[in-house]
Design a protein around this ligand. Structure first.
Ligand code: 5AD
Ligand code: SF4
Ligand code: FES
Length: 349
């Protein structure tokens, strides 16, 4: 196994069969070897900095019905909220004063925010905070909307591919299309966004071959950002009785993603931190180099419930930024509050 890990480290490439073989046979020793190589690659490319993104979850309404997600349209128990554009701008202001220079505006697929409303919002953010990078994570829209949002000043777009297995995708997304998801990602890249893809680990029915597909898909897509988190069940969804993905499996995928797409920005996700108190710190040591503290108003945080026991939602999390900063330092890294563009986007420019 060590040879495979070394091969991946030096040439960034493995076949589907090799990845499957590696995942099936990864013992504690070769896993530690993988973690070490992933960490080395991250230090080579990005050093020991951790980039901070201010996350604003601005609407918990969603028209989709993903089986795993607490915000799915059929979940009548979900408490819904919508922040008005002025409230979103207030969150950005608060974040800006705390030193953030990247904001991630995230929501369910909520078409209350029309193209016009979103374009105005993006323009207002960029006029008021011209030295920031703006990331959207609002799901699927048509090409024209993606284009006008880019022209209005949005720099980046997160749209996880969720799983690279067509079959599994179909089962988990009754209201969505696998092909359209991929088409959206291609469109976003063509328009010029820095694009983030990513997937969940430990989804019910997910195989090692599916996970190998995720990595090969990412390698081919070559995104600027890669979000990887464990699946965690939510009590008000059809997958309530399924078990969560494991910490170790998710860390292995984070490490492999670092080696498959060395220049990517990879967040230590909130889902990892929710699964294990030290989940995010561990991810930072195996290739992850971004964290996304929550800047949403504390009053709505609990309502953005994608899965059970989500962290950073209680009263104590008002100062999420400081909490995370301390954690990053304690893990031996340095906080970088800059825009934190991906190496890929910097080389292309
Ligand atoms: N467990 C883990 N991650 C989830 N997401 C949605 N529901 C869950 C869940 N139950 C992830 C999806 C989505 C991102 C915003 O949150 O991957 O893209
Ligand atoms: Fe909506 Fe996203 Fe949840 Fe799917 S994962 S139901 S698109 S918020
Ligand atoms: Fe969010 Fe600690 S990291 S409250």
């Amino acid at each position: 196994m060590k040879q495979l890990v070394q091969k991946l480290y030096s040439c960034g490439e493995l076949s589907q069969e090799e990845v499957v073989h590696l995942l099936h046979n990864l013992g504690p020793e070769s896993r530690d070897e993988l973690f070490r190589y992933a960490h080395m690659k991250r230090i080579e490319r990005y050093g020991d900095k951790v980039f901070m993104r201010g996350l604003i979850e601005f609407s918990s309404f969603c028209r989709q019905n993903c089986l795993y997600c607490g915000l799915r349209a059929s979940n009548v128990a979900a408490e819904r909220y919508r922040l008005q554009p002025v409230q979103i701008l207030d969150c950005c202001q608060e974040g800006y004063d705390l030193g953030f220079r990247t904001f991630v505006l995230q929501s369910g697929e909520d078409y209350w925010y029309t193209e016009t409303i979103l374009v105005d919002l993006v323009r207002s953010v960029k006029v008021r905070f011209p030295d920031t990078a703006l990331t959207l994570s609002i799901g699927e829209r048509d090409e024209e909307t993606y284009q006008s949002l880019y022209e209005a000043g949005a720099d980046r777009f997160l749209l996880r591919h969720e799983t690279a297995s067509r079959n599994l995708y179909k089962k988990l997304h009754p209201t969505m299309s696998f092909d359209n998801r991929r088409k959206c990602l291609a469109t976003l890249q063509r328009i010029g966004y820095q694009v983030g893809a990513g997937f969940m680990v430990g989804l019910p029915g997910q195989t090692v071959a599916d996970l190998a597909e995720d990595l090969l898909y990412l390698r081919a897509l070559n995104p600027d950002m890669i979000g990887i988190g464990p699946f965690i069940p939510h009590d008000d969804t059809p997958l309530r009785d399924e078990s969560a993905g494991s910490l170790e499996d998710t860390l292995v995928m984070v490490a492999l993603a670092r080696l498959f797409v060395p220049d990517a920005l990879i967040p230590a996700t909130t889902a990892l931190g929710s699964l294990d108190v030290m989940g995010r710190e561990r991810a930072l040591k195996v290739g992850a180099n971004v964290v996304m503290p929550n800047l949403s108003p504390v009053t709505v945080r609990k309502k953005y419930a994608l899965y059970n026991n989500k962290i950073c939602t209680g009263e104590e999390s008002a100062e999420c930024r400081h909490c995370l900063e301390l954690r990053i330092r304690a893990a031996g890294f340095f906080v970088d509050m800059g825009r934190g563009d991906s190496l890929k986007s910097v080389t292309v420019k």
